[in-house]
Design a protein around this ligand. Structure first.
Ligand code: HEM
Length: 201
């Protein structure tokens, strides 16, 4: 079913603007001293959360398209994924450069000692090849089938991001688990969609 997505050239720009806006608001709040007693910790958490929200939204595009028949979710998937990657990279950089005072030794110690940091790092490392191959040119170079197989890793990265959040949230894990449920539902919809397509074809 077509929803006239091709006639909405503003859609991706709107998603990128809407996606980047919270970063600008966060920077402004920080500059005005509105992030509380521990601005680094607050900014770190907000960047991590914004990253997870964008990655979950990106991974929900294909299931939403399957569910509704709409084409527009597919057009914003890449932009959401890249904005999400931008947030988690800023989250990582803030942690390494400010929280850990740019000390590689301190960072490596933390990666080894605190499992939730290990998992977050693995999530970020899984996202790097996806971000590097997000262009149309990369799809052409790799061939669509190989590219598609590689980009299935997005679910691995999303799941590791959820585990990282669940592990860090010591008491109330409801919010963290909600992201896991959205990812799991989306994955289930895709599996059912493929199964149906295989039965019909
Ligand atoms: C895909 C990658 C990642 C995602 C989606 C992610 C997401 C998150 C989320 C959602 C939180 C909790 C936010 C909240 O409580 O409101 C968090 C916290 C945190 N993350 Fe990540 N993260 C990622 C990678 C990393 C990496 C690579 C590091 C460091 C090497 C890291 C270090 C931290 C730290 C230290 C906290 C806790 C901050 C505090 O307790 O104040 N994360 N992250």
């Amino acid at each position: 079913m077509s929803d006239g997505a091709a006639g909405r050239p503003w859609l991706v720009q709107a998603v990128v603007t809407g996606g980047v806006l919270p970063a600008a608001l966060l920077a402004a709040a920080w500059a005005q001293g509105e992030l509380g007693a521990n601005p680094v910790g607050t900014a770190l958490n907000r960047l991590g959360l914004l990253g997870l929200i964008c990655l979950t939204a990106s991974l929900s595009c294909t299931p939403l398209g399957l569910l509704t028949g709409a084409q527009w979710p597919g057009r914003v998937r890449r932009a959401l994924g890249l904005v999400g990657f931008g947030y988690v990279t800023a989250h990582l950089l803030l942690y390494v450069l400010v929280d850990q005072a740019a000390s590689l030794t301190k960072l490596l110690e933390d990666v080894v000692k605190r499992p939730f940091i290990t998992v977050g790092t693995l999530a970020w490392l899984t996202l790097v090849p996806l971000a590097l191959t997000s262009s149309t040119e990369a799809v052409r170079r790799l061939g669509y089938e190989r590219w598609k197989r590689l980009h299935r890793l997005a679910y691995v990265a999303g799941s590791l991001g959820v585990v990282h959040f669940v592990w860090r949230a010591k008491k109330d894990r409801t919010e963290a688990l909600t992201y896991g449920a959205v990812l799991g539902l989306g994955l289930a919809l895709r599996v059912v969609g493929r199964w149906r397509a295989a039965r019909q074809g």
